[in-house]
Design a protein around this ligand. Structure first.
Ligand SMILES: Nc1ncnc2c1ncn2[C@@H]1O[C@H](COP(=O)(O)OP(=O)(O)O)[C@@H](O)[C@H]1O
Ligand SMILES: [Mg+2]
Length: 357
């Protein structure tokens, strides 16, 4: 059993409280991602699970076993976990086989066993034909797979990955996402993955925990969080979003600095923030649609057409359109906009650069 249970974990470095009452349960065989901006406490939480850091208060259980909490502390090597860090260290003086076999050798596994298990894990990460090579003869992605193979060779039930792809270039990062997800599914292990990259989190995770300033803002499947963000921070961090300020009354929001209204199906009254995903807005005829405006910019990017529409002199809205549907619209044209989904939040007063008023 490799379910991880975290109950009320806090962590302070001196006066700096970096984790506040963190509780969650990571089920056996699932892929979890801690997602949040730099400095929000992701690595600290992962290091606490691994046993490289002790919580200030709270408990961590792996399976049924208390591993951190009260007077109990089980050191990392006794936790049956594999871990890969951002700055993955493969040993330059060892070939791929020896790098990967190393954890088994320190455990003094029989040499036939070392060979079988190392070969197996090398084939899982598609490195079997590179066993005799040295790290300087490998690409960044291949070196990263060596680090992954080394973390997997002792067959841990729990794999902790801390931004393992951030040193790779964009294309490689994308293909490695699928490889990691594949390996996780194939081996049926529990993964706790740390990243600040929302697309990476969405592509791989069964569940995402969105964290800000040491507090979990929301937990859910990628789709749920994208469609039902708990607050403006989550809406902004997961996916693209445009914020508009307005005043709500009777299920209708009047947008600030415009004379335009949006039906919102929300009973809130008073100042609100409306969040719109730019890809859920569609161009319509000028007199149709929920909003009207003037197209000011249109950037053709191949798969999408990234547009800006002026709702009034002071308010600009981003629209991400299908290039085929936006083909006949040019800067200066009057357009209508159909808004498929919008989210309404209480105005938390926080200053958001992106707020369009
Ligand atoms: N060993 C440490 N001593 C003091 N402060 C630390 C230590 N490790 C992390 N911090 C602080 O804790 C906060 C969270 O860091 P971290 O968990 O690394 O964030 P993330 O991984 O989300 O970028 C940061 O403000 C960081 O400076
Ligand atoms: Mg980190």
């Amino acid at each position: 059993m490799s379910t991880v249970r975290i109950t009320n974990v806090t962590k302070a470095f001196g006066d700096n409280v970096v984790l506040k009452a963190f509780s969650d349960e990571f089920e056996d065989g699932k892929f979890y991602t801690l997602l949040g901006p730099s400095g929000c406490g992701k690595t600290t939480m992962l290091r606490i699970i691994a046993g490289f850091e002790t919580p200030t208060s709270g408990e961590v259980y792996i399976g049924d076993k208390l591993v951190s909490g009260g007077k109990t502390f089980l050191p990392p090597e006794k936790r049956d976990i594999g871990m890969v860090f951002q700055s993955y260290a493969v040993w330059p003086h060892m070939n791929v086989f020896d790098n990967v076999a190393y954890p088994l050798k320190i455990k003094r596994a029989a040499s036939a066993d070392v060979k079988t298990r190392t070969d197996r894990v090398l084939s899982i990460v598609h490195l079997a034909q590179y066993a005799a090579r040295f790290p300087n003869q490998l690409s960044g992605g291949q070196q990263q797979r060596v680090a992954l193979a080394r973390a997997l060779v002792a067959q841990p039930k729990l794999l902790l990955l801390d931004e393992p792809l951030s040193n790779l270039d964009a294309k490689l990062r994308e293909s490695m996402r699928f490889e990691i997800k594949d390996i996780q599914t194939q081996l049926g292990i529990t993964v706790v993955y740390v990243t600040h990259d929302q697309t990476e989190a969405m592509a791989m995770s069964d569940r995402i925990l969105v964290i800000n300033r040491g507090v979990v803002q929301q937990t859910g499947t990628p789709e749920y969080i994208y469609n039902n963000p708990a607050n403006p921070f989550v809406a902004d961090f997961v996916g693209k979003v445009e914020f508009l300020r307005g005043a709500a009354s009777g299920g209708v929001v009047t947008l600030d600095n415009t004379d335009q209204k949006l039906r919102c199906g929300d009973s809130r009254k008073g100042k609100v923030i409306v969040a719109i995903r730019p890809e859920t807005v569609k161009f319509t005829a000028p007199d149709k649609g929920d909003l009207r405006g003037t197209l000011t910019n249109r950037f053709f990017l191949g798969d999408i057409c990234d547009c800006r529409v002026k709702l009034s002199d002071k308010v600009l809205l981003r629209v991400i359109a299908d290039p085929v549907l936006a083909e006949h619209i040019a800067a200066g044209d009057s357009v209508g906009l159909a808004v498929r989904s919008l989210m309404v939040f209480e105005d938390d007063g926080e200053d958001r650069l992106e707020i369009l008023t």
